[in-house]
Design a protein around this ligand. Structure first.
Ligand code: GAR
Length: 210
């Protein structure tokens, strides 16, 4: 029987959007079936992720702190836009802004984030993008990976949903490691987590309904 009820998903981005692309591909391939990407919001007008959304026919919004004057005003505008689109689940896919407690409480257990390390290693404020891989190589860890977790008021501190490990090679640079962690871990576990959480939300198998 054809599934009709789907969680409405908004993806928040800031940059290249390869994780957004992985979600779009998963939707096309039928890996993400319990949710539908209805909206992409960027806090950076020149993010390539916006082009990826356009190519997939997904509506976009650009909401920046620079245009609105403060983080608070930016968050209020994002919240308003999410409400207008009746969004059930927010996916942070390379969204480089730490959301306030006011924001995260409004979508308790309805915001997920992908982070490029095995939390609790190399996470929290200041650990984002390439910096995470630089820190992992500087420490000399032999295994790293990626984590998808719920977002709460503590940066990278919410409940872990999925993780995947990736071995470090002796000749890795931050750039080669970042690419491998994306390909082998992030692009796999983000769509899988999106499907898992969407399914829970639509089945009502979720004690956290707003
Ligand atoms: C990804 O590696 C993602 O895990 C990371 O930024 C990159 C965004 O790439 N996010 C963080 O570091 C958040 N703390 P993308 O725009 O190509 O998806």
């Amino acid at each position: 029987m054809k599934q009709t009820k789907k969680a409405h998903i908004a993806v928040l981005v800031s940059g290249g959007g390869t994780n957004l692309q992985a979600l779009i591909n998963a939707q096309k391939k039928g890996i993400l079936t319990s949710g539908r990407i209805c909206l992409v919001i960027s806090n950076n007008a020149s993010a390539y992720a916006l082009k990826r959304a356009e190519n997939a026919g997904i509506p976009t919004a650009v909401i920046t702190r620079r245009d609105l004057g403060s983080q608070e005003a930016m968050e209020e505008k994002i919240l308003k836009t999410l409400k207008e689109h009746r969004i059930d689940l927010i996916i942070l896919a390379g969204f480089m802004s730490i959301l306030s407690e006011h924001f995260t409480k409004a979508y308790d257990h309805r915001i997920i984030n992908v982070h490029p390390s095995l939390i609790p290693s190399f996470c929290g404020e200041g650990f984002y993008g390439l910096k995470v891989h630089e820190a992992a190589l500087a420490k000399g860890v032999k295994v790293t990976g990626a984590t998808v977790h719920f977002v709460n008021e503590i940066p990278d501190g919410g409940e872990i949903i999925l993780q995947k490990a990736v071995y470090i090679r002796e000749d890795d640079t931050p750039e080669t490691l970042q690419k491998r962690v994306m390909r082998l871990a992030e692009w796999q576990i983000l769509p899988a987590a999106a499907e898992k959480v969407s399914k829970e939300l639509i089945s009502g198998d979720c004690s956290r309904d707003r």
